[in-house]
Design a protein around this ligand. Structure first.
Ligand code: ATP
Ligand code: MG
Length: 270
């Protein structure tokens, strides 16, 4: 049971967050049930895909224990504060905020769940995003407490769930869809990542993790299927160098697939 004082505090915090995010047209949260399926890759490339279409875009790295966004986009430096507000960094015209650039790279983030949730909630109220068309939030893996605490406060209008076609990932993504429903996020979309590998030597299709599972799952669970992304060696290589594939090689299959998903998102909100 909360005391009236605690209730008042929460109410004030919620108001601070909603006022702070009022200048953002659409908020997209990216999550998955299973770790390592490509959430950060999807968040980064969709954010840049939206930016390429001329939208003012922000990227929030909300994975407090494994903040990988800066590495994948080649962002260094420190986050500046002005009047007790966090000023997002900027990389290729996207505004970015990540805990990674507030701590030293060797420092493990071992805070307990409630502390992580507290930090994320503070992030939401304290970052000076200004006017944005889209904010994309890369959430931590799983369906845990941090997501449940933070996500509703963002009032997202779209949840993107990333899965591979593999059964273990699909099972976990079902839980993630259930969670998005419970939080009453009005639009839920599924992306199948790491679908097909085209052999760079012989051109053969290899379905390393199976194929088609994402689409079937989306149909079964009655959520929108946003598209499939192939396994692509150069995506991984460029990501390791801090260069998002949609910015570097717009003509390759995976970039085309990302930009098609951006179109789906645009249509959803037009
Ligand atoms: N379609 C793809 N083709 C090739 N490599 C990929 C693809 N998608 C993701 N990867 C690579 O797989 C690894 C894991 O991806 P990523 O970090 O985006 O997953 P994640 O879901 O964010 O992981 P975590 O749960 O740890 O946050 C990265 O090295 C990334 O470059
Ligand atoms: Mg990640």
């Amino acid at each position: 049971m909360l005391t009236p004082e605690q209730e008042k505090q929460i109410e004030m915090q919620n108001k601070k967050i909603s006022d702070n995010l009022a200048g953002i047209g659409h908020r997209i949260v990216v999550f998955s049930g299973k770790g390592g399926v490509g959430k950060t890759t999807v968040s980064v490339n969709l954010a840049y895909g939206l930016q390429l279409k001329g939208y003012k875009t922000g990227l929030l790295d909300a994975d407090v224990t494994g903040p990988n966004v800066p590495k994948m986009i080649g962002l260094n430096g420190e986050i500046l504060m002005r009047d007790n507000r966090l000023i997002p960094q900027e990389r290729n015209q996207v505004k970015v905020i990540s805990i990674a650039n507030m701590i030293s790279p060797d420092q493990p983030v071992i805070w307990r769940g409630p502390l992580r949730s507290k930090l994320l909630v503070e992030f939401l109220g304290d970052v000076e995003w200004g006017q944005l068309d889209y904010l994309v939030a890369d959430l931590p893996p799983g369906t845990g407490d941090e997501i449940l605490t933070m996500t509703p406060k963002m009032s997202p209008d779209l949840a993107i769930i990333v899965t591979t076609p593999q059964e273990v990932s699909l099972i976990d993504s079902r839980r993630a869809i259930g969670m998005a429903r419970k939080m009453e996020i009005p639009n839920i979309g599924l992306i199948e990542n790491m679908s097909t590998l085209i052999c760079p030597h012989c051109g053969a299709r290899i379905d390393l993790f199976g194929s088609g599972g994402g689409k079937r799952q989306a149909e079964e669970m009655k959520v929108k299927f946003l598209g499939s992304l192939p396994l692509s060696l150069e995506t991984r290589e460029l990501a390791d160098e801090g260069r998002p594939i949609v910015l570097e090689k717009r003509e390759v299959g995976i970039s085309i697939a990302f930009l098609d998903i951006v179109k789906e998102i645009e249509n959803m909100f037009s």
